[in-house]
Design a protein around this ligand. Structure first.
Ligand code: UGA
Length: 452
């Protein structure tokens, strides 16, 4: 099939490359010519495992093309995917400017029957707005070209996006048009070969499904974080509790890990947008509001522990804290809403210096931190290091912030020798407290006994 992908961000680029890999011809459009130049030169603007080889392979085969030219993009396609950003507005609602601009650009140019697919995460009702926008443009041109607008939300996890796309749990297609549904079935046939993965529903249910999935996952995380804080005062271990409940198939083992609060570009944004939608419709989602509040509070948790360990905020002045990990989760350089940013700003406000190491997110972190702290404070108070051991050099304590694989099994004896304050703050419950304490270090996890 001939596919046009509008938007070469995370979702658009991964989806476009995967569709090309199974034999479709995919033309990716972006209005950012810098991005398109990079892609045409074989460079990938984001860090996602396996994406560089996938893009290179399909570009070399002539199945994956890049352009900034809307005329070419609309003329190319049988199906056009909208995978542009929907950043949150100040009030938390998703900003639909880019989606509707893309819809206008399609309506201004389309000459033959098209299926337009919303892949971006958009509030319920957006497909109707996209349809109205395209129809209005066609009317202006006096054209009567048939088209359908379909909702096909994505469920990709950063760091595992290609695997998620190639072997999906489910493919949700919201459509009110039989021809469009048939096209979507055909398009997705290679991705659900052994099992029926495609779930058909009406457009609005598909739009809501996306928010419901992320809100449910966020709920599990906030629930476990809240329980972890209780476990801590009760002398229980949230890790044991996690295993104890996760083995119940009705609960399941995933997304039950207590930590420093969820971050990233999706959960925080989608929870806010769903709350806004509910307010707009005079409904209140009390549970979801609590989930968001618990998450905000959880981002402060590690700083509180560090402060208490050293005897209060005043005692932190002049201390150096090493951070292992900066990205909001492993296998990505994404720093959006990363708990590390909150921790760093709290440490600096208390007069600490920070030495941080992340396997891939340093550049992105530098950009964000300079933006929030200013060049001067960044240069004075934050050192981005080239290795995990470099970061702990001369530090008083270590905060484990992102559970990258390379941090899993450090030499604790060596850490005990390196850290002046001999303390580890494990924001991801990555370590066995007994092992850490055996090495003569103090251990602070999330919701589990430790110390020493
Ligand atoms: C999330 C969803 O998992 C995807 O299904 C969805 O497609 C995507 O959002 C999206 O809407 O685009 P992602 O944001 O990449 O994917 O990352 P997750 O792996 O879900 O992690 C989100 C956050 O939750 C991270 O900060 C992670 O550290 C945290 N988390 C996750 C926990 O604190 N505990 C857990 O048990 C799991």
């Amino acid at each position: 099939m001939k596919i046009t992908m509008i938007g070469t961000g995370y979702v658009g680029l991964v989806s476009g490359a995967c569709f090309a890999d199974v034999g479709n011809t995919v033309l990716c459009l972006d209005v950012d010519s810098r991005k398109i130049d990079m892609l045409n030169a074989g460079e990938i603007p984001i860090h996602e495992p396996g994406l560089d080889t996938l893009v290179a392979r399909n570009a070399a085969a002539g199945r994956l093309l890049f352009t900034t030219d809307y005329n070419r993009a609309v003329a190319h396609a049988d199906i056009i995917f909208l995978a542009v950003g929907t950043p949150p507005d100040e009030d938390g609602s998703a900003d639909l400017r880019h989606i509707l601009a893309a819809a206008r650009s399609i309506g201004e140019r389309m000459e033959k029957q098209l299926v337009v697919v919303d892949k971006s995460t958009v509030p319920v009702g957006t497909a109707d707005s996209v349809r109205d926008t395209i129809a209005a443009e066609l009317k202006k041109r006096g054209k009567n070209v048939p088209f359908a607008v379909v909702s096909n939300p994505e469920f990709l996890k950063e760091g595992a996006a290609i695997e998620d796309f190639m072997r999906p749990d489910r493919i949700v297609v919201g459509s009110d048009d039989a021809h469009a549904t048939k096209m979507m079935r055909q398009l997705y046939a290679p991705f659900g070969r052994n099992h029926e993965k495609l779930i058909e529903m009406d457009v609005r249910s598909a739009e809501l499904t996306k928010y419901a999935a992320n809100a449910m996952l966020a709920t599990r995380i906030s629930f476990m974080n809240e329980l972890a804080n209780l476990a801590e005062v009760l002398g229980a271990d949230i890790e044991s509790v996690r295993m104890g409940i996760g083995s119940d198939p009705r609960i399941g083992p995933h997304f039950l890990y207590a930590g420093m609060g969820y971050g990233g570009s999706c959960f925080p944004k989608d929870v806010k947008a769903l709350l806004k939608t509910s307010r707009d419709h005079k409904q209140s989602l009390k549970l979801l509001e609590a989930i968001e509040n618990v998450n905000e509070a959880q981002k402060n948790i590690l700083f509180g522990k560090i402060s208490r360990h050293f005897g209060g905020d005043a005692a932190l002045r002049g201390k150096t804290v090493a951070l292992w990990g900066l990205s909001f989760k492993p296998n990505t350089d994404d720093m959006r809403e990363a708990p590390s940013l909150v921790l760093i700003s709290q440490l600096l406000a208390a007069g600490c210096k920070v030495r941080a190491y992340d396997p891939v997110a340093s550049n992105e972190a530098r950009r964000q931190l300079i933006g929030s702290l200013g060049e001067e404070a960044f240069a004075r108070d934050v050192t981005l290091c080239d290795s995990a051991w470099d970061a702990v050099e001369d530090a008083d304590a270590l905060a484990l912030v992102t559970e990258w694989k390379e941090f899993r099994s450090p030499d604790f004896e060596r850490l005990a020798g390196a850290l002046r304050g001999r303390a580890i703050f494990d924001g991801r419950n990555l370590y066995d407290p007994a092992l850490v304490m055996e090495a003569g270090l103090t251990y602070h996890g999330i919701g589990r006994p430790g110390h020493n």
